[in-house]
Structure formats: structure tokens, C-alpha cells
Design a protein around this ligand. Structure first.
Ligand SMILES: [Zn+2]
Length: 202
């Protein structure tokens, strides 16, 4: 039986529960969409995948295949098992929120990853306590030797995917970043949908 495929609508968020040992495959359907990604302990959402703890655990700014992300309690939560993209992802930048768009000149409400996370978790009956710093999959933030950052164009192609294995029972949440004021989702500045599948092995 083909595993069910779930759509993350453009500019929106979607969360799902995944059991320890299961894989979640995230597909960059149209190629240049940044996907903010979070994982929480399904039994206690105050424990979550932490980029700052994972960076010291891995001693890397950018994860590679085989690397395991850890929580704010320094326990394994997700392992990056497969990546068909060139492997350019960001672990440094905060999720966008309404204030970010106000500061960029938006006078009306703008959809944002922070609210998408809340909505995705609420759909499953979970109440988010805070917005952890996300794993920004496919987001290209090159750095210089001096430590300056730029907002780069994603290097992924349509259909590129990432497979993550759950190391504990977890709630995994994705947001197809609604950023359309800056070219972080490609020069067209047109956020697109993405998809995910949960794969189980007997
Ligand atoms: Zn965003």
C-alpha cells in the first residue's frame, strides 16, 4: 500500500504525530520552498528539537546525512537519514512572525511560520508553549569568514526530498514559509505547497 501523502498548502502549516522508528519524508514539490520544521516530544511538548543544542552536539552550522538532532533536554529526537537536495539548510534564523512582516512594511496581517506552527499543532490538539528556533529546510543562508549572513536562493530542485527518522514519539510540524517580501523562497517570491509522507517499517 502506498503511504498516504499529505499536502502542506502554500503559506500554511501542517503537523503530524510520528512514532519512534518511523520515517517522515518531506518533499519540496516545486523546488524552492523553504520549510520551517519543528519536532516536539509527543508526551511533553516543553521538550523540543533545539537548534542551539543540536549545533553544539554536532559542532556544525548545517546538518548532514546521518546527523541526529537533539532536544532542549539533549535527547535524540530526529535523524537526517536521506537528502536528495544539495544539502543546504539553515539552523540559525528564527521563524518569521507577524512582527517581522510589520517591520518589513506590512500594514495588514501577513501569514507567518510562527502562527502556522500554532495552527498545525492545534489541529492535533496540542498547545504550543513557545516557538523554538526552527530547522529551516532548504533555506540557503551562506556565511562569510567574517560571519556575515546573506539570504540566498534555495539550491533544491522540484521533487527533492528529505527523510527524517523519529528517535522518540514526536509531533513534527512543518510550515511552508509565507515569506513573499524577500526572495528566500526563490526569485519569483511566490510561496508554494509541499508534501510529506510517513513511512513505517515492520
Ligand atoms: Zn517563515
Amino acid at each position: 500500500m502506498m503511504p498516504q501523502i499529505t499536502t502542506i498548502p502554500a503559506r500554511s502549516g501542517k503537523a503530524t504525530q510520528i512514532q519512534k522508528g518511523q520515517l517522515i519524508k518531506l518533499i519540496n514539490t516545486h523546488g524552492e520552498q523553504v520549510i520551517d520544521t519543528w519536532a516536539f516530544n509527543a508526551l511533553d511538548v516543553t521538550e523540543f528539537m533545539s537548534m542551539e543544542h543540536s549545533r553544539v552536539h554536532l559542532l556544525k552550522l548545517r546538518p548532514e546525512v546521518g546527523d541526529t538532532f537533539i532536544t532542549n533536554q539533549r535527547r535524540p529526537i530526529l535523524t537526517l537519514l536521506e537528502d536528495t537536495s544539495p544539502g543546504i539548510h539553515d539552523t540559525m534564523l528564527a521563524a518569521c512572525d507577524e512582527t517581522r512582516y510589520k517591520l518589513l512594511g506590512c500594514s495588514e496581517y501577513h501569514q507567518n511560520c510562527t502562527d502556522n506552527l500554532s495552527a498545525g499543532m492545534a489541529e492535533l490538539g496540542f498547545k504550543k508553549q513557545e516557538t523554538p528556533s526552527p530547522l529551516n529546510l532548504f533555506m540557503n543562508i551562506p556565511w562569510t569568514e567574517k560571519g556575515s549572513l546573506t539570504l540566498g536562493r534555495p539550491t533544491s530542485k522540484p521533487g527533492d526530498y528529505i527523510a527524517l527518522r523519529a528517535e522518540m514519539d514526536a509531533v513534527v510540524a512543518f510550515s511552508a514559509c509565507p515569506q513573499d517580501l524577500l526572495p528566500i523562497n526563490g526569485p519569483a517570491q511566490q510561496p508554494t505547497e509541499a508534501h510529506f509522507q510517513i513511512l513505517s517499517f515492520p
